[in-house]
Design a protein around this ligand. Structure first.
Ligand code: DON
Length: 305
């Protein structure tokens, strides 16, 4: 028997099913090839109850939703002061792929834009690139409750076409924010973005943040509480890029979007929300994802403020 929660989510899904606005990301050629009409909604509570409707089995790449998790890993590895020395926490007001470095320090404005995320990728501890990537993947997997696989085609496609991110990497090297060769760092950032999951995995990741760093699936602590608190703060002000103001006023939850079509939102202490719908607005945020979160926040009274 379907639960009341799933029946409600089905209503939200049905109400937004015919929304045709937006377009899939095409600056990564492999993403332009994904079917554009899939649509799934999932909720996961901090005690692990999971509800999903729609195309919940369709995999997609995590893309920028990886950014808060890698930021959290860098904070756990080095502490707040060392990470703050390399990346700020102020909204940039610019698009996610702008350079957006502070003029005096050279720091990227925040870890949710590409420049900041390439920087936090450089801060992940480990002996070599393989080991560092393995730690990133292990963290995301621990939050999702299962081992996430790499989408080699999407990774290869961004590695070939991602000249703008490469340019950002070299700019960061020039100002001394990156201390090593930018090429492997940017490549590792592309790899983290190409980890593949579905909307249930994403909801479990959201719920791990809602539970202040404890996986609702395994009960294991995967991130320190103080790290999650800071990460959620930055997601609130910067997670939806130059749409962050609209988002905070309408939805009022820390969140992160990705150009694969995912959105993750967190109600601290209670639940994680995940949406998947690949057509994006001009900010790179899922159109139906934003609409669904607005509706859930209004009808379930999730707005924190
Ligand atoms: O770096 C990029 O451009 C992509 N790998 C990720 C960007 C992204 O997901 C922006 N978010 N909505």
């Amino acid at each position: 028997m379907r639960s009341i929660v799933e029946a409600y989510l089905s209503d939200v899904h049905a109400a937004l099913r015919d929304e045709r606005g937006g377009a899939v990301a095409d600056y990564i050629p492999e993403l332009a090839a994904v079917p554009d009409d899939d649509f799934a909604i999932a909720l996961c509570t901090t005690d692990g109850a999971l509800y999903a409707v729609g195309d919940a089995d369709v995999p997609f790449t995590i893309q920028s939703i990886s950014k808060p998790f890698t930021y959290a890993l860098a904070l756990a590895d080095h502490g707040v002061a060392a990470v703050d020395a390399k990346v700020g926490v102020e909204p940039s007001g610019d698009a996610f792929n702008e350079i957006s470095l502070e003029p005096d320090t050279g720091r990227p404005r925040n870890p949710m834009i590409n420049a900041g995320a390439i920087t936090t990728a450089s801060l992940v501890a480990g002996g070599d690139d393989e080991e560092r990537f393995a730690r990133v993947r292990a963290l995301y997997s621990a939050c999702a409750g299962r081992t996430l696989e790499l989408d080699e085609a999407v990774f290869g496609s961004e590695l070939e076409s991602g000249h703008r991110n490469r340019a950002i990497g070299y700019m960061l090297r020039t100002v001394g924010i990156l201390e090593d060769d930018p090429e492997p760092i940017v490549a590792r950032y592309f790899r983290q973005c190409a980890l593949r999951l579905d909307v249930r995995d994403l909801a479990r990741m959201a719920a791990t943040l809602a539970a202040a760093g404890i996986s609702p699936t395994t009960g294991e602590r995967v991130l320190p509480e103080a790290v999650v608190e800071r990460t959620l703060g930055v997601m609130t002000t910067c997670g939806m890029y130059d749409a962050a103001g609209d988002w905070v006023t309408a939805v009022g939850l820390p969140a992160k979007s990705g150009v694969g079509g995912g959105i993750l939102a967190v109600l601290p202490g209670q639940l994680g929300i995940a949406i998947f719908s690949p057509r994006l607005d001009a900010h790179g945020n899922s159109v139906r994802g934003v609409a669904a979160c607005q509706r859930l926040a209004r009808e379930m009274e999730l707005h924190m403020l």
